[in-house]
Design a protein around this ligand. Structure first.
Ligand SMILES: [Ca+2]
Length: 169
């Protein structure tokens, strides 16, 4: 049988790979859910952490999201290892402010959840709450490249907040 239609198990397998890869890069889903809770609790009374985790899970099970995560993390890792050629290598390793493709890739994640996703992403990108601030700081060291990861984390948190808003709004 040709493997054209991925089964639910395939998506779950990819979810596990994506989650594991993010852990290796220093991010737990719980840290993303904490940002989601901050984003959405002003709008939803009694919103709890478990609901946020649940919606972060939904987000990382979407194929478009998984593809964006895999692509961004791969570029961060290759940049860190010095395997990317110039001038891109310096732009990624120094998290160059005018590079901009890291935010564009992250939009592929929030795009799935409509306009609330964009608003939320704009906010976290500016404020850099929780784990995003840590990644930003680490990314400024010579050893680490988190150029894509910080935006991916913000986008997943924003997407999960939007998913909650659609559900309860
Ligand atoms: Ca970035």
């Amino acid at each position: 049988m040709p493997n054209q239609i991925p089964s639910r198990l395939d998506d779950l397998e990819k979810r596990n790979i994506v989650v594991e890869r993010m852990q290796q890069r220093g991010v737990e889903l719980s840290e993303i859910a904490a940002i989601t809770l901050d984003l959405q609790s002003p709008y939803i009374k009694d919103l709890d952490f478990d609901t946020c985790i649940d919606h972060v899970e939904r987000v990382v099970r979407k194929r478009e999201v998984q593809n964006a995560i895999l692509t961004g993390l791969e570029l961060d890792i290759l940049a860190e290892k010095g395997l990317i050629s110039e001038p891109l290598s310096t732009m990624l390793n120094e998290d160059h402010g005018l590079y901009g493709i890291d935010e564009i890739l992250a939009l592929a994640i929030v795009n799935v959840y409509g306009s609330i996703g964009f608003t939320n992403f704009g906010y976290v990108d500016k404020v850099k709450p929780g784990i995003m601030a840590i990644l930003d700081k680490e990314g400024k060291t010579k050893e680490k490249c988190h150029t894509f990861l910080d935006d991916i984390v913000g986008a997943i948190a924003a997407a999960a907040a939007s998913s909650i808003a659609h559900r309860y709004g």
